[in-house]
Design a protein around this ligand. Structure first.
Ligand code: ADP
Ligand code: MG
Length: 236
């Protein structure tokens, strides 16, 4: 069964007297374990799609189902619980809290959990180690490089072990070498079975994905399947 099922997803925004149509009638099914790339020019609806997948904004029509749950039929409160349990978000402007250490930033998603403080710290430290920042736990964001800050943001998205990671231009502000390291980290997570949907306009990232959809004017105009199923070999 697909982990994510999107049907006839449509989103309009009211912009003064205008109505901007950001997505029209999108249909998409994403299997568990997929690393999906979402590409397309600026304004094509990529972030809108990610926001709808993440339960951040309501669709004008259509639906989003994740693991069989119809996201927008949940009450706001239940949807917030669902987000905490199911989703990890990574954004380009990684939104780290400047006066909190790397460890404290990563502990934030655990704030409402019933874990003891010592356990929250242990989980956060483990995931920071996982992204290669074992010796940066007590650093503030400003004491870290751009790539390290992005890795803290990834650690924060991973700390509650969400089945789905949503990333919006996570390498958008990084130089190409650092960007590659961040993509390697995502790719490692993907090899471990993590489902990831990543918005990017960097064509260099294309090779990392299993599957890429291209948006234009709120519609899917092209799709590439980078890892087609290899047909089983017949015996001679
Ligand atoms: P992308 O991420 O591909 O650059 P977006 O999803 O951000 O594109 O935007 C798609 C379209 O929707 C654009 O025309 C944008 O101006 C419009 N849009 C996005 N968010 C809003 C908003 N909050 N209010 C009004 N218009 C919006
Ligand atoms: Mg965007």
């Amino acid at each position: 069964m697909a982990l994510i099922r999107i049907s006839e997803l449509t989103k309009h925004f009211v912009n003064g007297a205008d109505c901007v149509s950001a997505l029209h009638g999108l249909d998409l099914a994403i299997e568990e374990g997929t690393f999906l790339g979402v590409m397309g020019p600026s304004g094509s609806g990529k972030s809108t799609l990610l926001g709808l997948l993440g339960g951040l904004t309501r669709p004008s029509a259509g639906k989003v189902e994740i693991d069989g749950i119809d996201l927008y039929r949940l009450s706001n409160e239940k949807r917030a619980d669902f987000r905490r349990e199911y989703l990890g978000f990574v954004f380009q402007s990684h939104n780290l809290v400047p006066y909190l250490t790397a460890l404290e930033n990563v502990m934030l998603p655990l704030a409402v959990s019933r874990l003891k403080d010592a356990e929250k710290k242990r989980f956060a430290a483990e995931v920071l180690e996982r992204v290669g920042l074992k010796d940066r736990l007590l650093h503030l964001p400003q004491q870290l490089s751009g790539g390290e800050q992005e890795r803290v943001a990834i650690a924060r998205a991973l700390v509650n072990k969400p089945p789905l990671i949503l990333a919006d231009e996570p390498t958008g502000s990084l130089d190409s070498a650092t960007s590659r390291q961040v993509m390697e980290l995502f790719s490692e997570l993907h090899r471990e079975g993590q489902t990831i949907v990543m918005v990017t306009h960097n064509r260099d990232n294309l090779d990392w994905f299993d599957r890429t959809i291209f948006l234009r004017d709120g519609q899917i105009v092209e799709e590439i399947n980078q890892r087609p199923e290899t047909p089983a070999r017949e015996c001679a």
